[in-house]
Design a protein around this ligand. Structure first.
Ligand SMILES: [Zn+2]
Ligand SMILES: [Zn+2]
Length: 277
């Protein structure tokens, strides 16, 4: 059943239960916002009896026990005087009506289970655990009682390329040593297709390039986060004799050596870029 609701003194109606579902979303869907269609199995009004629970051609009748009030009074007398106790009518459970001939389709409950399609408007920028409530999209109440709500809990799927940091996304880009030293034009994936990125010459491992507006839309405005491209330089561990020769020649050159009295400045700089210190 559901939650009993009663106006003052009148018979009660039963509200349908709330229904909760999880909705998995890709980062692409979250970045733009999306309308998703989901299949939900829930109680709906029985069309055979129109929700009354009575066999077609018959009607619910006023409960003879409580005469339609939904509650019964018991009067007891004691030496303290007259005591009146009001309780829910046991014959009709407070509805004030009974069904002499129950509807065969819904066993007299006025509702049946059905699977329906519901459209879920997903705003951009949501996070796992955020939810929306769709009023009246939960289970129908018995005997034409008001429906419950549908609560949709969002769940972010893991992305194979990007790591989410609030409205920004992080992408790890691996460069060869010559690309890092000489600079390069590279195709970098974003949430909506690849873009060409200019890698400046002399880029260090750990350096973060910022692609403005390529992140996720804010939940409460039209502004967008950025895509952060974090550089890693790939060091080969197997060399051909010719490559070894070239590296050995390079190693004798002056400009190839890291500065000696840098006092950790290089690593400090990397940290500042990534964490915005
Ligand atoms: Zn029915
Ligand atoms: Zn009754």
């Amino acid at each position: 059943f559901g939650t009993a609701q009663r106006g003052h003194g009148g018979p009660r109606t039963f509200r349908g239960r709330d229904l909760q579902v999880n909705l998995p979303l890709t980062l692409e869907e979250i970045a733009e916002g999306v309308t998703k269609k989901i299949r939900v199995t829930r109680y709906v009004r029985c069309e055979v009896c129109g929700g009354t629970g009575a066999e077609p051609g018959t009607k619910p009748e006023k409960c003879p026990t409580c005469k339609g009030h939904g509650e019964v009074r018991q009067v007891t007398r004691s030496f303290l005087g007259q005591m009146v106790q009001v309780t829910t009518c046991p014959a009709c459970h407070g509805r004030g009506e009974v069904i002499p001939r129950p509807c065969g389709a819904c066993a007299g409950e006025g509702r049946v289970k059905d699977t329906v399609t519901v459209e879920i408007p997903v705003p951009a920028g949501v996070e796992s655990g955020n939810y929306i409530t769709l009023d009246g999209e939960g289970h129908a109440g018995p005997f034409n009682g008001p429906p419950g709500d549908l609560i949709v809990v969002f769940e972010e799927k893991r992305h194979k390329l990007f790591e989410r940091h609030g409205v920004d996304i992080l992408y790890n880009l691996t460069l060869s040593i010559p690309q890092a030293v000489l600079g390069a034009k590279l195709q970098v994936p974003t949430l909506n297709g690849k873009v060409e990125v200019d890698i400046p010459p002399g880029v260090q491992s750990g350096k973060v390039l910022r692609l403005r507006g390529k992140g996720i839309r804010h939940l409460d405005s039209s502004r967008r986060g950025d895509e952060l491209v974090r550089i890693a330089v790939w060091i080969p561990d197997k060399l051909t004799p010719r490559e070894r020769e070239l590296f050995e020649e390079l190693s004798r050159s002056e400009g190839i050596r890291p500065p000696e009295d840098d006092e950790g400045g290089f690593f400090h700089k990397m940290k500042s870029v990534l964490f915005g210190e």
